[in-house]
Ligand binder design. Structure first.
Ligand code: MTE
Ligand code: MO
Length: 452
């Protein structure tokens, strides 16, 4: 199969490129129903007791027992691939890509450079004994976990394959800027802007697998679960990473991916198979998927209740609807504090992306936001992935300077100056002020794009 563009969203799914809201109406309405049924005792939270979930929610709203204050680091390496410090910033069990390391790479992030977000540690699995189990009340003839439908690795590889260029971005990407730019205390991994990567993923449509498994017309939620270790938060196990997806999204454009940039998935990115949910927060793209519950009742897990909702003064007490689409962001392919010789023409490079559509334009300021000029776009704008851009700059005077990039997307959103805060620091979307230093020319000029 040839590489295909991200398919244009279908009307009625809330995925239309013009959808102006951060949360598509389908998920908001779906979630309201889900919570109502939960409080009425008809929804299931798969192993986490109702009381525990309520406690987690209450604690989260009060910004106390949060995931950042959670598990002690597992002993031993939690990531398999090498993490040279020129490419990565380490954050506990996670590794963030350095933006300066993306300079000169193509549209797709090389697998070696792709960020890793692990709740625990990468499990090294064998594709030959791997099975994907589908079970639950939303399947015909498979009422329980005792009568699952199973697929082996070769079964999946025998199904029609699709290839798509899609980003994976953590909901917490940019989180540290809530603190550094806005003085907000937020919990969670202090990511810069490097918790995103774009790859060409190859796999099968989740819709094809669900239909082959005997999807029933009563199914409403689909919940993939990872084979990595149970996640422990506040001394208590929340079980293995899992998060419900509304059926409408599961049937729309979700993949079960087994290849990343033309190679089998690397161990750290979900080998042998991961879920890939285009345009949605990274947590939806469950790695090392081992089973998928297909449910006729709405499902809840800590990952769509206590985590991955917005809490805080600007949000409802029970939190926002579960996070779905990513926000709009821009980054320079530059180290923080990069130096440039005064009076020498530079070309600044960067990338912008949006979860609500394609990037329509990018404006750059090299004077701290006083004046702006349009960047030249190097990629045709496409939903689900980023757009590379560049802008020339001749630094005028020695001293500290701030570079800013501000994207506008095809849904009409523009990056604001200030992001609306939330206690867990999700979905940062404000323009980031990138600090650099302009230095006098001379023998001490450090390398940084200067041409002799
Ligand atoms: N099984 C499993 N899936 C997971 C996670 C995890 O810890 N375990 N982390 C999630 C989160 S929070 C993100 S942002 C993405 C990161 O994908 P990557 O590590 O391939 O970059 O995977 C998601 N899928
Ligand atoms: Mo994430």
């Amino acid at each position: 199969m040839t590489a295909s563009a991200v398919p244009s969203p279908r009307p009625g799914t809330g995925l239309e490129p013009s959808a102006p809201r951060a949360f598509p109406p389908d998920e908001t309405a779906h979630d309201r129903r889900r919570l109502r049924q939960w409080f009425a005792g008809d929804a299931t939270a798969g192993g986490v007791g109702r009381r525990r979930l309520l406690a987690l929610l209450a604690a989260t709203a009060a910004a106390t027992a949060l995931p950042g204050a959670g598990p002690a680091r597992a002993a031993g390496p939690t990531i398999v691939k090498p993490l040279p410090s020129e490419w990565f910033v380490r954050h506990g069990t996670n590794a963030e890509t350095r933006w300066e390391a993306l300079r000169g790479t193509g549209h797709h992030t090389p697998n070696e450079l792709f960020f890793v977000r692990n709740h625990t540690a990468t499990p090294v699995l064998d594709a030959h004994d791997w099975r994907l189990r589908l079970w639950g009340s939303g399947l015909r003839g498979a009422p329980g976990e005792d009568r699952p439908v199973e697929f082996g690795y070769d079964d999946l590889r025998a199904l029609p394959a699709v290839t798509r260029t899609v980003s994976v971005e953590c909901a917490g990407n940019g989180r540290s800027h809530y603190t550094s730019q806005q003085g907000e205390a937020v919990s969670g991994t202090a990511w810069g802007l490097g918790a995103i990567g774009v790859a060409r993923w190859r796999g099968v449509r989740l819709a094809d697998v669900l239909r082959r498994a005997g999807l029933s017309s009563s199914a409403v939620d689909v919940q993939p679960r990872g084979l990595d270790a149970e996640y422990v938060s506040g001394g208590e196990s929340l079980g293995r990473v899992r998060r419900p997806l509304p059926l409408a999204k599961a049937l729309d454009d979700v993949l079960l991916a087994y290849e990343m940039n033309g190679e089998p998935l690397p161990y750290d990115h979900g080998y042998p198979v991961r879920v890939l949910v285009p345009s949605w927060v990274g947590i939806a793209s469950v790695k090392w998927v081992g089973d998928i519950e297909v449910s006729a009742q709405p499902l809840l897990s800590p990952w769509n209740t206590a985590f991955y909702r917005l809490f805080g003064p600007a949000h409802p007490p029970e939190g926002s609807a579960p996070l779905t689409r990513q926000t709009l962001k821009s980054a320079f392919e530059l180290a923080s504090g990069a130096t440039f010789p005064v009076g020498e023409r530079q070309v600044l490079h960067g990338r912008s992306w949006s979860g609500a559509g394609a990037v329509a334009r990018v404006d750059v300021s090299t004077d701290g936001g006083a004046s702006w000029r349009p960047a030249r776009l190097h990629d045709a704008g496409r939903a689900g992935t980023w757009t590379r851009w560049s802008v020339p700059w001749t630094p005028g005077a020695p001293g500290p300077a701030q570079l800013l990039a501000r994207a506008t997307d095809t849904a009409g959103r523009r990056q604001p100056d200030v992001a609306v805060p939330n206690t867990q620091g999700y979905l940062f979307d404000a323009v980031v002020r990138h600090p650099v230093t302009v230095v006098r020319r001379g023998r001490n000029t450090p390398p940084g794009g200067a041409t002799p």
